[in-house]
Ligand binder design. Structure first.
Ligand SMILES: [Zn+2]
Length: 254
């Protein structure tokens, strides 16, 4: 399985528009972060988790030419705003399966009504095949199984996903013990760590490290990073050996 980090930044991305913060002016390419997303592929199967406002650029940069489905974590715009840009995939492949909680599918149908329109569709409008994801109901993705992991982003429910020995959790603030059980025996865990300071809806660094200690993956990668976390090179120095900071375009094999 190959995982490419398409974006690793928090909702505004890094650099932040107009910001004079030193991280926003860093010359280290690892300090440039698009909105969070990963591209997961094995054999001929290809999945993307989330489809934020940088989706088009991420597809061009990564060279992704085929997608078998998009798994959505939740409806916030930094995870969904790029949905209109699936059209090139539709023209080549037909409707794209999108997997999400019923609440998220309903939200997308309101915000992108023309995509979900069944009558008098605008020719060339994006087309999707919506598939509801339910907690405790793993589902097939190609010849693998995706297990939804139920987490909380303050008061908003969010799905993380486990596929084989890989799990991707973003926008987590709290998680039930029963969900942590679903994360045993991972080779790679990706989890959000916004910054060192506390945040009402995201793990900060210490919370992410405590969570990693509970889950005990072989390796963990931090994502959904704010410019206020500091320079990539400085964050890395403060982490245990098996915890790494993800950066845009990093590709790993599991
Ligand atoms: Zn987010």
């Amino acid at each position: 399985m190959r995982v490419v980090f398409l974006g690793t930044g928090t909702s505004q991305g890094i650099p932040v528009i107009g910001s004079q913060h030193p991280v926003c002016h860093s010359s280290d390419s690892r300090d440039k972060r698009l909105r969070v997303s990963v591209w997961i592929s094995w054999d001929k199967y290809s999945l993307v988790i989330d489809c934020g406002p940088d989706f088009r650029q991420q597809m061009l940069t990564s060279g992704c030419t085929h997608i078998d489905g998009i798994l959505f974590t939740h409806e916030h715009s930094d995870h969904t705003a790029g949905l209109d840009d699936i059209r090139p995939f539709n023209f080549r492949q037909g409707p794209l399966p999108i997997y999400a909680h019923r609440r998220v599918l309903d939200n997308l149908a309101r915000r992108f009504d023309y995509i979900f329109e069944e009558e008098n569709r605008y020719p060339g409008a994006p087309s999707v095949d919506p598939i509801e994801v339910r907690n405790d109901q793993p589902f097939a993705v190609g010849d693998q199984v995706a297990t939804p992991i139920n987490v909380m982003h303050a008061h908003l429910q969010v799905f993380g996903y486990r596929i084989g020995d890989f799990a991707y959790l973003t926008d987590v603030k709290t998680i039930e013990v029963s969900e942590i059980e679903k994360l045993k025996g991972l080779k790679v865990l990706v989890v959000n760590a916004l910054r060192e300071e506390e945040h009402h809806a995201h793990f900060n660094l210490q919370e992410a490290l405590d969570f990693i200690t509970l889950v005990r993956p072989e390796r963990a990668y931090l994502t959904h990073i704010s410019h206020t976390f500091g320079f990539h090179a400085d964050i890395e120095k403060r982490l245990p050996e098996n915890v790494l900071v993800a950066y845009d375009n990093l590709a790993i094999t599991i």
